[in-house]
Design a protein around this ligand. Structure first.
Ligand code: SAH
Ligand code: DHB
Ligand code: MG
Length: 216
């Protein structure tokens, strides 16, 4: 099936997503710099853009920058006076992302902070209107707790890679990443301060899914 999913993603990119060339430039420069090919797809990037627009977000927090591909989608959803903070552990990734965002004309709205997210999060001042959680999966439960802490009623929390090719339904995967995602799901499901769902997705990035939550 994955060949069909990729074909349909390519078709959607052409007919409805209508990427401007700056997104391809980010992908090409990131690949050339040796970054792993794990950014969100174009369709998912545009979905993030739309979610941020729909929520009217002015302050966005991203956890896991990589080359800044999702960052660029989110930054472009901001109003003139909006701001995005993105947390990245790997200094090389951060350097590539900064160059990518500068080339795309988005550098003035974005601050990339370098370090382990769990070290950086306590230094941040909330509230943020919108969160995109997309770094190491074993710390997702902590990232979700921090997002709640740095939120206000109406804030939106999106977490990537919540289905992991279906492994999420396996309580005995023995996989740290899957365990992190499962715990996050359980936390969100039991947390009266949020209303949440998880949507399964297919496409050029295979079979995965995202969590969408709003703070009550
Ligand atoms: N959001 C990006 C993809 C992020 S990939 C996009 O869709 O374009 C995950 C990123 O999280 C990687 O760059 C990785 O270096 C970073 N990361 C891993 N562990 C981290 C940690 N503990 N703190 C912050 N970032 C981390
Ligand atoms: C991985 C991480 C991601 O954020 C992603 O979207 C896909 C894969 C990974 O670590 O394998
Ligand atoms: Mg991801």
């Amino acid at each position: 099936m994955s060949e069909t999913w990729t074909k349909v993603d390519a078709y959607l990119s052409e007919v409805i997503i209508k990427l401007d060339p700056s997104y391809a430039a980010v992908s090409i420069a990131s690949r050339a710099a040796g970054l792993p090919d794990i950014a969100v797809s174009a369709a998912e990037g545009k979905q993030l853009y739309l979610f941020a627009k729909m929520s009217g977000a002015k302050r966005i927090l991203e956890i896991g920058t990589l080359g800044g591909y999702s960052t660029l989608w989110l930054a472009r959803a901001l109003p003139q006076d909006g701001h995005l903070t993105s947390l990245e552990y790997d200094p090389h990734h951060a350097e590539v992302a900064r160059a990518n965002l500068a080339r795309a004309g988005a550098a003035d709205r974005v601050a990339i902070k370098i370090g382990a997210a769990l070290d950086l999060l306590p230094t941040l001042q909330g509230p943020f209107d919108f969160f995109f959680i997309d770094a190491n999966k074993d710390d997702y439960p902590e990232y979700f707790r921090w997002a709640l802490k740095l939120s206000r009623p109406g804030s939106v929390i999106v977490a990537d890679n919540m289905v992991r090719g279906g492994k999420v339904a396996n309580a005995r995967s023995g996989d740290e990443a899957v365990e992190g995602v499962r715990q996050t799901m359980a936390l969100a499901g039991a947390e009266p301060r949020v209303t949440a769902t998880v949507i399964q997705t297919v496409g050029a990035r295979g079979y995965d899914g995202y969590m969408l939550a709003v703070v009550n």
